[in-house]
Design a protein around this ligand. Structure first.
Ligand code: THU
Length: 156
């Protein structure tokens, strides 16, 4: 037996340290979070995907009285991007969340199912997607969802 440590890499930024393009993407995600349909959790999430052609596709969480029928903001955005631009790779994904009228202080992180869907999109286009996890106090930048999903299920 031997023990193995798997590390993940996260860059920590303040908003002003980000490029204009990344700031713009976060602003888009914030904007769209106001349109989330979250009457059950009161937790509104916004996601914005920047594609390689410069287009931005957005999504917010959409809840349902039958809880599992709802969908997270990240998957809403990613599926919309892939449906509208099936031949254009996503480049950057920004995620923000607000509750009680305030954006989270700490970076929001996507759920397991969303991580798996983002991984599939990376695989589909053969390109890594930079992920920006927004918090008012700090922003995490991750070079690929693989950092968030070590030992991911992949080939069958
Ligand atoms: N949610 C997202 O949209 N993205 C996340 O990263 C975490 C959770 C949604 C699902 C549900 O509508 C609400 O937030 C509370 O979990």
């Amino acid at each position: 037996m031997r023990e193995k440590t798997i590390e993940i890499k996260v860059k920590v930024f303040s908003f002003s340290e980000l490029s204009e393009e990344k700031q713009m993407l976060i602003e888009k995600a914030k904007e769209v979070s106001f349109g989330a349909y979250a009457p059950y959790s009161q937790f509104s999430v916004g996601a914005a995907v920047l594609l390689e052609n410069g287009e931005v596709v957005v999504g917010s969480n959409q809840e349902n009285v039958a809880y599992p029928s709802g969908l997270c903001a990240e998957r809403t955005a990613m599926f919309a991007a892939n449906a509208s631009y099936p031949r254009v790779a996503p480049k950057v994904l920004a995620i923000v969340a607000q509750t009680g009228g305030k954006f989270l202080k700490n970076p929001i992180t996507p759920c397991g199912a969303c991580r798996q869907v983002i991984l599939e999109t990376e695989k589909r286009f053969g390109k890594e997607i930079v992920i920006l996890l927004f918090g008012e106090e700090k922003i995490y930048e991750i070079s690929s969802v693989k950092q968030l999903l070590p030992l991911a299920f992949d080939e069958i």
